[in-house]
Design a protein around this ligand. Structure first.
Ligand code: PEP
Length: 257
C-alpha cells in the first residue's frame, strides 16, 4: 500500500538556523498525527541538507530528506555542482529532478533530465520527477502531449531502458500554476494523472506496484489540498510557497492525508 506523500520544496529559502526551528514545530505536530499513515519529505537548499538530516535523526522524525537538484556526474571538474554521492552522504534519500524553474531558468532539457534520473537511481536516490505544461501549451490543448513526452523522455522509455520505477515519484506541476495562486480543477489534474498511469501501462510496466506514485504541485494550500487528494490517481502534493511556514505545511499534510 502506498502512503500519501507530501513534499515541501523550499526552493532558495531558509538559512540553517531557520530550518532547525521549522523542525521543532514539525516535531510537535507529528506527536498528534498517525504518522505511519503518511510520508513527509522536506527539500531544503543544499547548504541546509546535512543539518536538517541530522536534526531529523536527533528528533526521530518520520521525515524524508530531498535535494532540489543534482548534477549528473559522480565527481570531477564541475565547479559549483553537487553529485549524487554527495547528496547521499548529506543524508538525502530523494532528489527533485526537472523542476520547471530549472528547465526554464537554467536551461535544463529532457536530455539532461534523463541523465539526472539515471545517476540518481544508480546512486540509490529516489527521483521526484517534475513535469508540466506552460500556459501557452495548455491554451493550445497540448497538456497531455507535453506531459507524455516529458515522462517518456525522463524514464528513457523510447530506448526500452526502463528503470525500476516503483520507488520513483512523478509530480505533475503545470508551470502556470506554480507560485501564481491559480490551479487546474481537481478533475483536470486527475485526467493528467490518468494519462501518466496510461503511459506506464503502454510501456508494459503493468503492475500497479511498479508504477511511480503521482503527486500534484502548483499553488497547493490549506483550502484546496483536500479536493486534489480526493481524486483517485492523486497520491500526494508537492508544495512550494505554502511549505515555507511549518504550521501551514503541517496543516496541509493533516488536511490531505
Ligand atoms: C513548486 O515549487 O514546485 C511549487 C508547486 O510551488 P508553489 O506551491 O509555490 O506553487
Amino acid at each position: 500500500v502506498s502512503l500519501p506523500c507530501f513534499v515541501a520544496n523550499w526552493k532558495m529559502n531558509k538559512t540553517i538556523e531557520e530550518t532547525l526551528s521549522y523542525l521543532s514545530l514539525c516535531k510537535k505536530r507529528f506527536s498528534h498525527l498517525p504518522h505511519q499513515d503518511v510520508e513527509v519529505i522536506l527539500a531544503p537548499p543544499y547548504t541546509a541538507l546535512f543539518s536538517v538530516g541530522k536534526r531529523i535523526k536527533e528528533l526521530s522524525l518520520p521525515i524524508g530528506l530531498s535535494a532540489q537538484n543534482l548534477f549528473f556526474k559522480t565527481e570531477g571538474a564541475y565547479t559549483g555542482e553537487i553529485s549524487p554521492r554527495m547528496l547521499c552522504e548529506a543524508g538525502c534519500q530523494y532528489v527533485i529532478i526537472g523542476h520547471s524553474e530549472r528547465r526554464m531558468q537554467f536551461g535544463e532539457t529532457d536530455a539532461i533530465v534523463v541523465e539526472k534520473v539515471q545517476v540518481a537511481l544508480d546512486a540509490g536516490l529516489i527521483p521526484i520527477l517534475c513535469v508540466g505544461e506552460s500556459a501557452k501549451e495548455r491554451a493550445e490543448g497540448k497538456t497531455l502531449a507535453v506531459v507524455k513526452r516529458q515522462v517518456k523522455e525522463a524514464f528513457c522509455m523510447d530506448k526500452h531502458r526502463l528503470f525500476d520505477l516503483s520507488r520513483c515519484l512523478v509530480s505533475y506541476e503545470p508551470i502556470w500554476a506554480i507560485g501564481t495562486g491559480r490551479t487546474p480543477m481537481p478533475f483536470e489534474v486527475e485526467r493528467v494523472h490518468q494519462e501518466i498511469v496510461q503511459i506506464f501501462h503502454e510501456e508494459g510496466n503493468l503492475h500497479a506496484a511498479s508504477r511511480p506514485r503521482i503527486l500534484y504541485g502548483g499553488s497547493v494550500n490549506e483550502a484546496n489540498v483536500a479536493a486534489f487528494m480526493e481524486e483517485p490517481h492523486v497520491s500526494g502534493m508537492l508544495v512550494g510557497g505554502a511549505s515555507l511556514s511549518a504550521e501551514t505545511f503541517m496543516n496541509i499534510v493533516q488536511l490531505g492525508m
